[in-house]
Ligand binder design. Structure first.
Ligand SMILES: NC(=O)c1ccc[n+]([C@@H]2O[C@H](COP(=O)([O-])OP(=O)(O)OC[C@H]3O[C@@H](n4cnc5c(N)ncnc54)[C@H](OP(=O)(O)O)[C@@H]3O)[C@@H](O)[C@H]2O)c1
Length: 183
């Protein structure tokens, strides 16, 4: 599959590496934007408050299958939208999914060594299912479907529980990940 990642940091860069190793063809797009017109799937992995600005610098995203991995940390979804993912769909018009936003990038390198495949929750459009499930599977995750894109706000807010579990020293990570500033 041809996959474009918008955002080349922990999430965008990390997943791009995993997918490249699985045989996918990656285009990595940074802050300056670029062209995704040949991509079969586009991952959005930038700060949650930068989505509108970033999409303006990306060409050829209309109608594409987009996976939104962003979180809202210290910011809200754009006015009139319950979630970033629904806002993204309003801009791109293609199959859209929320995924990878509740899996910590710091432990991507431990996925392959896990005794059972770690789960990765996604919600979104049925038309995105094949791409989302393939990219989860090829990153080493077991995809868990959580309904349509109308559930994206729930999935975005779930991050708060993950940080609470992590701060409590419990849960699957066994070490504490401090919540980012503004959370
Ligand atoms: N870190 C995690 O464990 C994790 C897990 C799940 C979801 N998330 C979410 O995924 C997103 C990315 O997180 P991350 O940890 O990968 O962040 P990161 O390492 O800071 O990378 C962010 C990327 O977005 C780019 N960027 C920043 N501002 C931008 C703008 N205005 N327009 C376009 N691109 C911009 C950055 O470009 P430069 O390199 O030029 O600054 C960088 O490539 C965030 O929404 C985060 O909440 C994070």
């Amino acid at each position: 599959m041809k996959v474009a990642v918008i955002g080349t940091g922990n999430v965008g860069g990390g997943l791009a590496d995993l997918w490249e190793r699985a045989g996918h063809e990656l285009t990595r797009i940074g802050r300056d934007g670029g062209d995704v017109s040949t991509a079969d799937a586009v991952l959005l992995a930038i700060p949650g408050g930068a989505v509108s600005e970033a999409l303006e610098r990306v060409h050829g995203i209309e109608g594409k299958t987009v996976i939104d991995a962003t979180n809202l940390i210290g910011v809200s979804a754009p006015d009139g939208w319950a979630s970033n993912a629904e806002f993204v769909k309003s801009k791109t018009g293609g199959p859209t999914a929320k995924c990878f936003n509740v899996n910590f990038a710091a432990i991507y390198d431990r996925i392959a060594a896990a005794s059972t495949r770690p789960s990765s929750v996604w919600c979104g459009d049925e038309e995105a299912r094949e791409v989302v499930e393939k990219l989860n599977s090829d990153a080493g995750y077991e995809p868990i479907y959580a309904g349509g894109l109308e559930n994206a706000a729930l999935q975005e807010s779930f991050l708060g529980i993950l940080f609470a579990i992590s701060q409590g020293g419990m849960g699957p990570f066994f070490y504490r990940i401090a919540p980012p500033e503004g959370f």
